[in-house]
Write a protein that binds this ligand. Structure first.
Ligand code: SAM
Length: 213
C-alpha cells in the first residue's frame, strides 16, 4: 500500500509525497494550470483528468463556466479524503455538481468512458515516460493506452500529457494516433532554478469524422 503524505513545509508550501518521493508542491503550478488551458482554449466541455494531486488542473477547468463535466481519476483515495478534510484546499471543488471523482487507475477510468464521449483527456499522473514515480505508470505512455484515449475522444478531441521532459517516442505515438501533434515547453522557476516542463498534445484522432455538437 502506498504511503501518501501531504505536509506544510517550513517555507510555507504544501507538499505532496507518495512513498517518500516528492510528487508536487503548490509553489509553481503554471504547468498544471496550462494543462487545463490546453483543453479550455479548444472549447472543451467534457474533460477527463488523470491525477487530482493538489487540484490545480481541476480547479482551472471548473473555473470555466463553459465546462459541463469533469471526471477526475485519482489512484489514491487518501488524496480525495485530504481534500474533503481541507488539508488540501479544494473541498469546494468536490461539491461542484459538474465534477465526478473516481478513485482508481486512470487507465481503467478512461476505458470505462463511452467511445467518442470526451472533448479532452488530460494526463498528469506521473513525471512523464522517462522519469516514473510508479513503474506501473509506464503503461500510461504506451501506444495501447494512447490509442484507447484516442477512441474515447470526440472527432476534434485532445489528449494532453504533462511531462518533466520532452519525449521523441511519445511524440511519435501521438503522431501515430492523432492528426495534429503539439509540443509545448513550459518554463518555470523552481527554488531559484530555471526548469522546463513539457505538455505534449495530440488533437483529432486519426481516421475519425468530426461531428459538430
Ligand atoms: C502530479 S500529481 C497531479 C497534479 C495535478 N495536475 C494538479 O494540478 O495538482 C499526480 C497525481 O496522480 C495520481 N496518480 C498517480 N498514478 C495514477 C494513476 N495511474 N491513475 C490515477 N491517478 C494516479 C497521484 O496520486 C497524484 O495525485
Amino acid at each position: 500500500m502506498d504511503e501518501v503524505v501531504v505536509r506544510r513545509r517550513d517555507d510555507g508550501a504544501l507538499e505532496l509525497r507518495v512513498n517518500g518521493v516528492f510528487v508536487m508542491d503548490d509553489l509553481e503550478t503554471s504547468s498544471e494550470r496550462l494543462l487545463a488551458r490546453s483543453a479550455l482554449d479548444g472549447g472543451a466541455r467534457s474533460v477527463l483528468v488523470g491525477g487530482l494531486g493538489l487540484g490545480f488542473t481541476t480547479r482551472e477547468l471548473l473555473d470555466s463556466p463553459d465546462v459541463e463535466r469533469v471526471v477526475v481519476a485519482e489512484l489514491h483515495g487518501e488524496i480525495v479524503e485530504l481534500m474533503r478534510a481541507a488539508t488540501i484546499p479544494g473541498a469546494d471543488l468536490l461539491d461542484d455538481s459538474r465534477l465526478e471523482v473516481v478513485v482508481g487507475d486512470v487507465r481503467d477510468v478512461v476505458v470505462a468512458q463511452p467511445t467518442g464521449s470526451l472533448d479532452a483527456i488530460l494526463l498528469d499522473v506521473d513525471n512523464g515516460p522517462d522519469f516514473l514515480v510508479h513503474d506501473v505508470n509506464a503503461h500510461v505512455y504506451r501506444d495501447e493506452f494512447v490509442a484507447t484515449c484516442a477512441s474515447r475522444l470526440a472527432g476534434d478531441g485532445l489528449l494532453s500529457i504533462w511531462s518533466m521532459a520532452d519525449s521523441e517516442a511519445l511524440r511519435q505515438r501521438l503522431d501515430d494516433r492523432f492528426e495534429q501533434v503539439r509540443v509545448e515547453p513550459v518554463d518555470v522557476r523552481l527554488q531559484g532554478r530555471d526548469e522546463r516542463y513539457w505538455i505534449l498534445g495530440g488533437r483529432r484522432p486519426r481516421g475519425r469524422a468530426i461531428v459538430p455538437t
